[in-house]
Design a protein around this ligand. Sequence first.
Ligand code: JFZ
Length: 435
Amino acid sequence: MAQFVSKSEYEEITAASRDARMAWWREARFGMFIHYGLYSALGRHEWAMASENWPVNEYEKLAAGFLPKQGAPNEWAALAKKAGMKYMVLTTRHHEGFSLWDSKVNPYNSVNYGPKRDIVREFVEACRANNMRIGFYTSLMDWHHPDGGAAAYDSAARKRFNDYIYTLNEELLTQYGKIDILWYDVARPMENYEGWNSLEINQRLRAIQPDIIINNRSRLDEDFGTPEERVTAEKDRDWESCMTFNGLSWGYVDSAQAGPHSYNAQRILKMLATCSEGAGNLLLNIGPQPDGSVPPEAVEPLTTVGKWLAKNGEAAYGKVSRFKEGGGIGSRLCSMSKKGKIVYLWNWIWPPNRELILGGFKTPLVSAKLLADGRSLPFTQEKYRIILKNLPADGREPVAGVTVIALEFNVKPGEEIETQRFAARPPLNGGRVFE
Ligand code: JFZ
């Protein structure tokens, strides 16, 4: 039996290796989440089994009709690559309990039923062929396993269930080579990490995959936070926002029936800008159709985002640092990301007078350029005001209408770009002066 360390030691050890393990993730910015399972065949949200209260043996019959077409994961990965995404996370087993691989402890799986194929393996191969880092989503809650509910109050059931969950994840982390992310979800019914045995289980899993990154949903903080359906920075830690493609469902729903909820390229870029300025990631979901095809409404927006990133990716990828100040810094027409001496303005509204006025920058500006084509922009700077003048009439980025302007500041090594909130005159604070 392996030796386990205490919670505080575990947190120290994982913190010490975090920068090295997270280096690629912190630069990747953008990933694809894939929710695919028996619920995809139903097309009524991935929680349908519970919310419609299906008898387990009735729901099981869906497996016979779950028939992903050959090559479906290649389609997902090809689209992810086209979109400029750098990693993918697949629901290897969602709350319904159906495993998409040849599990020895869970015979309710895609090798015994439905396609009779190992979809996880196909996914892993598609990721590798398309240069994507690989993430496995793994549900803790399980509506199919007989101990999945009783584990809450019956200690023998809990022991069996803990072993079951561990073994599922051990299978996933031993059979497919190097895996980059373990993405836990919904730690119910137990309410603390002791109930899930997470401290021991995660130590054992890390022993198998020493470089792995683990999210915060096994009731331990682990490596990163997971704000869901909202793009907001988490304080003082790594974070990744996971977003559906329509604000409605992770699993497939017919977009023709859902109405025009799906995101367009501009909305996706806005999310990505918020991630870039808060040094977080965006994990954007697609719910493949019953046969595994990419949902049609995702294709154009993601392709457009990819084309845009090919020209403007410098503003998003790489070592961004947090650059979100309160109130009056910059311009409300833009988001801002920052890398070293450079602030990237993501302009959403091309100014009608072709002049962009930025408040609050104290550090001298060295140059201003359109990122897409390198054109220099004339500017003036006095006190806390930069004015970019004579913006070219054709300067607005044609791919998605989101223009990036790179501002290079005169920052000496070890110094930060200096800014000042409400530098000129405080407009909306009841007359109090911020210094
Ligand atoms: C969970 C799942 O139940 C859902 O089906 C989907 O897989 C999603 C990614 O994760 O839902 C959650 C999990 C956590 C929160 C909200 C919904 N949360 O922390 O607010």
